[in-house]
Design a protein around this ligand. Sequence first.
Ligand code: B12
Length: 441
Amino acid sequence: MVPAEVILDTAVEKGADVIGLSGLITPSLDEMIAVAQEMKRRGMTIPLLIGGATTSAKHTAVKVAPEYDHIVAHCGDASQAVPVVEALIDPEKREEFDKKNRAEQQRDRDMFGKRQQRKLASYEEAFKRRFATDWETVDIPTPAFTGLKVLDDFPLEKIREYIDWSPFFLTWSLQGKYPKIFNDATVGEEARKLYDDANAMLDRIIAENWLTAKGVYGFWPANSERDDIIVYDPKQADKELMRFPMLRQQWERKGQKEFRSLADYIAPLDSGRKDYLGAFAVTTGLNIEKQLDRFEKEHDDYQSIMLKSVADRLAEAFAECLHAQARIDWGFGQDEKLSNDELIAEKYRGIRPAFGYPACPDHTPKWKLFELLQAEKNAHITLTDSLAMWPASSVSGLYFAHPESRYFSVTQITEEQLEDYAKRSGMEIEEAQKWLAPILD
Ligand code: B12
């Protein structure tokens, strides 16, 4: 979310010894390559460290390191940054580190070159073997309303009930599932302390209005046409509003019968039936800066990270809470009586894939999603150039009601599908190539 010039100018101005880049979602992978290229162009020599949820040692070796002649190292964990930087600022240790790092990266590149070729079905074959539904008999529920609903200042105490605590411990690098983690011999005590601190903070967040939650969701008449989902104007059901281009699986795993695309879950045009697509965007990060500034002034990193991690939990919980409401609006959720554990285990009908998740790994349809939801106006969420949402504690995606819808992964696609997808998305091939780089064959 920070432009390359700002990072590099600041590093020069402050006389930084090392630059670290952190990437949460795939578009930042490409941006890291651009930063490495710019460092080379400027003749810089300081080491570059790479980290974050979507990065890997392999990606760093294959894509980033070749763009810069000096040290580029991947760190899987922030705590690794300490010994790595220690080695890098000591001339002797640095040489040793560099040698070892280069050898490992060369090995990763060699392995990448020789990597086992996965068997991919042709795009046409994959479409022929799509997930099939008997569209004559399948239940297609009609939502209670179509168009948008805006949730202004949604009560945080209600959202709190839907929190899934397990990923919270992951943020703090503690392994284990809630609540079993409290009995763990190694991390149990620490986990309990963090949990208590988080809940004490949540009490204050709610009582003192530290955060504001906003959301928007809705339903639209929809049909599919091959791998596109067509969304119609709720007021004029034959007027096409927009199309969401979807990607289809092509990697043929042993025993695999079908290749899925999210478009398979929406009634095709030639079925003669009208279906519905739902969409949502939620945030719980509005106004967070005020408190974060306060913690920064007090040099209180612990409270600062705690607040961000609690706000992230609330964002996910808001998405869960709103999905439950959407199932009620859709009708089939009205008799649902699920505990929070059952909700976390997704024991309900329907799914809510988010752009960037494995079933729809391209982030670019977020532009259309935001237009459909008018998310900027209605929920005060903006999209950065690299398609991250701001505030950071935000989630957006689609709702599907198909009784057999489930999550799946589109891990690799062929050139053929890339070309088709680029055309359907109104992108040049080069642009589509850039956004889809992580899943190209
Ligand atoms: C928590 C989380 C969220 C939270 C918080 C996000 C945020 N603001 O930070 C919420 C619920 C808001 C969220 C939303 C989304 N998420 Co999310 N999320 C996660 C999750 C579960 C954990 C990430 C995390 O915080 N881990 C804990 C932190 C501490 O770990 P970390 O980021 O890896 O960082 C550690 C190391 O990598 C390292 N490190 C990191 N940076 C650096 C830098 C340097 C220099 C060094 C040395 C080390 C280092 O140190 C850290 C501590 O050890 C991951 C899945 C996963 N298991 O990783 C998905 C994940 C990152 N999300 C994903 C996606 C797609 C999204 C959304 C786009 C979905 C959507 N459409 O709504 C949005 C994007 C949000 C936005 N603002 O744009 C994808 C990204 C994949 C992709 N293809 O891009 C992931 C990988 C899930 C998946 N498997 O699909 N997400």
